[in-house]
Design a protein around this ligand. Structure first.
Ligand code: GRG
Ligand code: ZN
Length: 313
């Protein structure tokens, strides 16, 4: 079986980060904050975070913060909860959470909770269980979960649970692996996993594995490397990861590498991007692939980073 081309992937990620005129950088301009989280977390899992200029990254992140406390995807754009989590995660990676005015960030997030416990993504109001996860994950990293109504947040998430055991983006929304990660992650971080029927959900999730070994995001869809994260992390959180064939999944992810130029794609022979490179590496980390740092399935951060946040000082 092919091996993980660690050095090639490191080179690829560093090149995308540097080459701001590349096609990928241009199309990702408005969500550079997410890109920074994907690329830098992948580098950390690969053991190469020290090849990055920390001060440059931190000063750029701070330029993306708004008066409201929220962060935008790039300088001069509007703040959104999506980018706020990425900014906080990247600061956590570098052990630089102390540059933040924590109350200010927490106030921004708290202000996005609605009466029914759900969260909007920004001032325009779109509601989605993705934003519930993000709010809970971000506040938990900042040790401020007590600033929101956790009970209502949990009950909103539970109202998005379907008869098949999965979760959707709003009540009645179709089960989708990405939304399941968000809901299970939020329930895990709030100590509420007992509300999940683990066997029923575990069954739905393990049925996502197709013949090639890859995972899809819902029935009848094509496999995609990013579901190695969304599905696998959920299975781990509900303790049912032994229900899939791990070896076949490792092979599927490794088959999606560009072994010459680095990077990982969604499916074998497709074009690589940083997003799938991150989720491929993160998936392999969840599968205990040798040489990679372990990643926490709920925080989506390296385990040593999570331990540093909660068990140091
Ligand atoms: C910290 C890891 C982390 C995440 C932050 C943004 C977010 C929280 C979660 C997103 C969850 C989500 C909805 C992921 C799914 C993304 C995806 C691949 C969507 C594609 O959906 P379709 O329907 O594709 O276009 P399929 O695969 O169903 O054909
Ligand atoms: Zn994908």
């Amino acid at each position: 079986m092919a091996e993980l081309a660690v050095d090639k992937h490191v080179k690829y990620i560093l090149a995308v980060e540097k080459n701001k005129d590349s096609f990928e950088s241009v199309v990702m301009d408005h969500l550079r904050m997410n890109g920074a989280y994907w690329g830098l977390t992948a580098l950390d899992l690969l053991g190469k975070l020290d090849s990055v200029n920390v001060d440059e990254v931190i000063s750029w992140i701070l330029k993306c913060q708004h008066e409201s406390g929220g962060f935008s995807g790039n300088i001069g754009h509007d703040p959104h909860i999506l980018y706020t989590l990425s900014a906080v995660q990247v600061l956590a990676l570098f052990n630089k959470l102390d540059v933040l005015d924590i109350d200010k960030v927490a106030t921004y997030i708290t202000g996005l909770q609605n009466e029914d416990g759900s969260f909007s993504g920004d001032m325009w109001g779109e509601v989605d269980t993705r934003f519930s996860y993000i709010a809970i994950c971000c506040l938990s990293i900042l040790c401020c979960l007590d600033k929101i109504n956790v009970e209502k947040a949990v009950s909103y998430i539970l109202s998005c649970k379907n008869l098949d055991g999965g979760f959707g983006c709003t009540p009645g929304g179709e089960s989708h692996a990405g939304q399941i990660f968000c809901c299970v992650g939020a329930l895990a971080l709030t100590g509420s996993l007992h509300y999940v029927d683990k066997d029923l959900l575990g069954w739905w999730l393990c049925e996502r594995q197709v013949k090639s070994g890859g995972l899809n995001g819902r029935p009848e869809k094509l496999p995609d490397v990013c579901y190695s994260w969304w599905v696998l992390s959920s299975l781990i959180m509900i303790d049912r990861v032994h229900w899939i064939d791990k070896e076949k999944l490792v092979k599927f992810i490794l088959d999606c590498q560009d072994v010459e130029n680095g990077g990982i794609s969604d499916r074998p022979d497709d074009a690589v991007d940083v997003y799938h490179t991150y989720f491929g590496v993160a998936g392999l980390s969840l599968l205990n692939y040798p040489g990679l740092k372990a990643i926490d399935p709920a925080y989506a951060l390296p385990v040593d980073v999570v331990n540093r946040i909660f068990f140091s000082g």
